[in-house]
Design a protein around this ligand. Structure first.
Ligand SMILES: CC(C)(COP(=O)(O)OP(=O)(O)OC[C@H]1O[C@@H](n2cnc3c(N)ncnc32)[C@H](O)[C@@H]1OP(=O)(O)O)[C@@H](O)C(=O)NCCC(=O)NCCS
Length: 195
């Protein structure tokens, strides 16, 4: 329904495909809207919260709950520089920082379309801190990553790939659905991400 509304067509007319996987070219990359170059989206779910991010260029979004965090398992999937940064934090801040790092990382690999097939400990996204939302943008191979304000006990990461020719400020619209409530917000990049 949200995709149909964005495209100005009936929900039943929205066709979905899978982009080729960037690692093996198999048909299990990013879900994409069929025959539409101008609308990209990414989905994420946890417990009773669902997110969909819409953008004019590739986007990845992820949400995780602090309840489900398995710190020991996750540590193995962080980049060594992320582990070092994490251990430098006061103990009480580490869980939130780890959750933030993991959601940024998952958003990035969802944006790329590889998902967890990417060796996650080789991917550096940094810990990220949410303060005002936009001051934390990090340029990674042209991708901009940040953490979004999340419901208590959750973290949300988003990765955007602004098109190279972007002159304006790339934006994403994020719909959060929780039980029967839907909240929509817009994320606007301060400036196009550097490559
Ligand atoms: C994609 C993946 C990261 C999703 O993580 P998750 O925590 O299980 O689930 P999330 O709630 O974050 O996201 C689910 C959504 O991710 C999207 N998704 C699935 N595969 C994706 C991919 N390759 N790239 C981007 N998004 C993907 C889907 O829209 C899915 O929702 P849907 O099934 O309702 O359409 C994870 O399932 C994964 O990595 N799968 C394995 C991919 C793989 O090994 N591929 C082989 C490559 S050779």
């Amino acid at each position: 329904m949200i995709l149909g509304s964005s495209l100005g067509i009936a929900p039943s007319a929205v066709g979905l495909d899978r982009a080729p996987c960037p690692l093996c070219q198999g048909p299990h990359g990013r879900p994409v809207v069929r025959r539409s170059e101008r609308l990209h989206f990414s989905l994420a779910y946890v417990q009773n919260v669902s997110l969909i991010a819409l953008c004019r260029s590739p986007v990845g979004i992820d949400i995780e709950s602090a309840d489900r965090l398995q710190p020991q398992a996750l540590l193995q999937r962080l980049h060594p520089a992320e582990v070092t940064a994490l251990m430098a934090l006061p103990y009480r801040q580490r869980k939130d920082a780890m959750l933030r790092c993991w959601t940024r990382k998952q958003a990035y690999v969802k944006g790329l379309g590889t998902g967890l097939a990417m060796p996650m400990s080789h991917v550096y996204v940094g810990l990220g801190f949410t303060s005002g939302g936009l001051d934390d943008l990090t340029a990674r191979n042209g991708w901009a990553l940040t953490s979004l304000t999340a419901p208590h006990g959750y973290a949300i990461g988003i990765a955007l790939l602004p098109p190279p020719a972007t002159r304006g400020r790339p934006t994403a619209r994020i719909h959060t659905l929780r039980q029967s409530t839907e909240v929509t917000r817009t994320l606007q990049l301060a400036s196009p991400a550097a490559g």
